[in-house]
Structures are given as structure tokens and as C-alpha cells.
Write a protein that binds this ligand. Sequence first.
Ligand code: NAG
Ligand code: NAG
Ligand code: NAG
Ligand code: NAG
Length: 280
Amino acid sequence: MKLSSPVAVLLLSSIHDTTAHYVFSRIALLNQPPSPPYTYVRPIYPPPDPQLNNSTSSPQYSVYSPHIRCGWFAHLSGSYVNWPLDINAGDTVSVSTTQSSSLGDGKDEEDMDIYHPGPATAYLSFVAEEPREDGEDTTALRLAEQKQRVNAGDGWWFKIGEVGAREDGRWVLNGREADGERVWSLNFTIPPSTPPGYYLLRTEHLYGYSSSFNSTQFYVSCAHLRIKGPGGGSPGPLVKFPGAYDAWDRSIWFPFGSTGYNGYYGLKEHSLPGPPVWKG
Ligand SMILES: *[C@@H]1O[C@H](CO)[C@@H](O)[C@H](O)[C@H]1NC(C)=O
Ligand SMILES: *[C@@H]1O[C@H](CO)[C@@H](O)[C@H](O)[C@H]1NC(C)=O
Ligand SMILES: *[C@@H]1O[C@H](CO)[C@@H](O)[C@H](O)[C@H]1NC(C)=O
Ligand SMILES: *[C@@H]1O[C@H](CO)[C@@H](O)[C@H](O)[C@H]1NC(C)=O
């Protein structure tokens, strides 16, 4: 059997895949130590996976599923974190991955690099206004927290960053399987004129291990942020999840060469899914 046949590549890659699932469970300001998993990132509850002894978190495949928003079951109101990560508009967040031997409860997490090659994007969704800082308005603070907790991420999202191709045959996130390079974090700058308030930050990493229809894996997570700053911007274009992508959208199928992971080509011409980045 020739290894270059698409079937062989698919078989090999699907075997390979089962050991390399991960979740963007950690976040920090750039160059700060990452938070413990799921401190600021919404917990997930992936379905049991017998192949993996229920141990790791499977990616999303359907762009029409509500799980595409923040990962498995993280759009439900029971999935919340106690406190957002504080950040000033204009500063950069760094998100990083772990692999788990339990189901999204933050236990047994191991550090894991961003194993697969592919592009990444980040989106913000406004949740609630920053409570006034004058006059100890703790009622407003509690209300804002409450809103954020129950927010299902079904509001509008705008894109704040993209990590695409480095050169025609190579992603910036080229993945361990492509060339042995390990990348441990993704960095996204909060646009300087982002209106202050509580937000969800959605990190998305795509792994197109074949060019066939509907085979792309989506690694998605949502973190809670409290953004401070002068504001003044009008973020857009705005999209929803699900809704932003279409399964037939060529930007979520990947050009793929005949020699497997090192055979990418045409990446510079490959546009990333979703709206343009709002730079604020
Ligand atoms: C799942 O558990 C079985 C039995 O303990 C073990 O043989 C197998 O290697 C495990 N598989 C994975 C993917 O860890
Ligand atoms: C995986 O989860 C299912 C359903 O919760 C359970 O029946 C099964 O025993 C679990 N498998 C392992 C290896 O823990
Ligand atoms: C894409 O694949 C997923 C997972 O296998 C499936 O649930 C979904 O229905 C597929 N979508 C289309 C448009 O075929
Ligand atoms: C994000 O920043 C960290 C720390 O500076 C760096 O090690 C990492 O390579 C950056 N990630 C990317 C994708 O550039």
C-alpha cells in the first residue's frame, strides 16, 4: 500500500489523532505563569470516549453544533468560572493547552503543547458592563458576575486575532507531528479601544488532517475576561457561534499535499474562517 494514498494518510492520521487531543484550559497575561487549568476557562464535559478510556477531550467536528462555541457543554449555564482574568485593553493574553485524564474537572491535567498543525483564531463576546468603581457599588458587581456566569455565549462575537501561515508550506503553528517543533501558547492582543466590561474570549485552533469535506477538528475554549480601558471602539463585524461558519466554506477545508504532514502547500492563499480581525 502506497503511503501517499489518501486513505492511507487518513488511516494513519486517525490512529495518530487519538493520542493528541488537548484543551486550551489555561490563560494568563503574556509572560506570566499560566493559570491552573479551568481557573478562568469554562470547564468542559466531553462525552465518554471508549477509545481513550474516557481520558481526554475530543475536538469538535460540526460547525452547526452549540458545542462549537466553547467546547463540550461549556455553553450551558452550569459551566462557569468564579472570577474573570483582569486585563487592560491593549495588553496580550497567552492561552495554553493541557491534556487530561479526567473529564474537564481540572484534575489530572498535564501540560501539552499545541500538537497539531493548523491555524488559530480568537474572538471576544461582550457579556456585561464593568460595574462602576465609584461608591462601592457591590450590587452592580454581583449582578455583572451573575450575568457572566449564566451567559451562554450566544451573543455577538468579533474576531481579535488570527495565527495563519508562516510561509506557503508551513503554518506558524506547525505542530509537533510536522517537524518536531513545539509551540506552547497562543498570544492575542486585546484591541486598545475595546469597550470595557466583562467578556468571553473564544480561542479556536483548527486541524485539517485531510482535505476532505467535514473532517476538520476544532479545538475551542472560552475564558472569562474583565477588560479595563478607555473604550471608544465599535467592534465588528459581528458573528454568532454556531452560525459564523458553513461546512462548505473553503476556509475550513485545507490544502494538503501528497506526502502527509509535511506536504502542505498553498497556505498563504488559504484564508482563515470568519470575519476580518477587528484591530480597535
Ligand atoms: C485503556 O485501558 C486499557 C485497559 O486498562 C489499556 O490496555 C489501554 O492501553 C488503554 N488505552 C489508552 C488509549 O490509554
Ligand atoms: C467510560 O464512560 C462510560 C459512560 O460513563 C462508562 O460506562 C465506561 O465504563 C467508562 N470507561 C472507562 C474505561 O472508564
Ligand atoms: C460533520 O461531521 C459531524 C461529526 O461527524 C456531524 O455531526 C455533522 O453532521 C457533519 N456535518 C455535515 C454537514 O455533514
Ligand atoms: C506566545 O508567546 C510566548 C512567550 O513569549 C512564545 O513562547 C510563543 O511562541 C508565542 N506563541 C506564538 C504562536 O507565537
